[in-house]
Design a protein around this ligand. Structure first.
Ligand code: DGP
Length: 115
């Protein structure tokens, strides 16, 4: 757990969240400020600052995150229409919380490229 990390505190249960999935590696919660009808954040329980810090050794974790995202897309009813997975990295990437997370967004159509 990293000091002063918001998502580490959510993982630890020190701050409330609406959990939609939890296992030994991954926590998935509803975004507090949803940008689409379905907006879920998938994160490693272990503190990793961003995708920039991933290594090949994290392959099981990354595989789990994407598998859970696919399961949630199906259970949220957004799989057939299509959805978006995004991980913002750093300032220009739009990252505001420095604990790796993947946005699972669906329930509406999205533009490409993003703004
Ligand atoms: P990003 O900007 O890519 O780092 O995404 C951070 C997301 O985290 C953003 O969509 C809002 C969300 N968020 C920020 N604080 C909280 C919180 O306390 N709880 C929850 N559930 N989501 C949060």
């Amino acid at each position: 757990m990293a000091d002063d990390c918001l998502f580490c505190r959510i993982v630890a249960g020190e701050l409330p969240s609406t959990k939609v999935h939890e296992d030994d590696l991954v926590l998935a919660i509803r975004d507090i400020a949803p940008g689409s009808p379905t907006h879920i954040l998938l994160m490693p329980k272990r503190h990793i600052a961003s995708a920039l810090d991933l290594t090949e050794a994290d392959a099981p974790l990354v595989g789990r995150i994407f598998a859970v995202a696919a399961d949630l897309a199906r259970s949220e009813g957004i799989a057939d229409a299509g959805y978006r997975l995004v991980s913002n990295v750093g300032g220009w990437g739009g990252q505001s919380v420095d604990h790796l997370h993947i946005h699972l967004m669906g329930g509406r159509a999205f533009e490409w490229p993003p703004g």
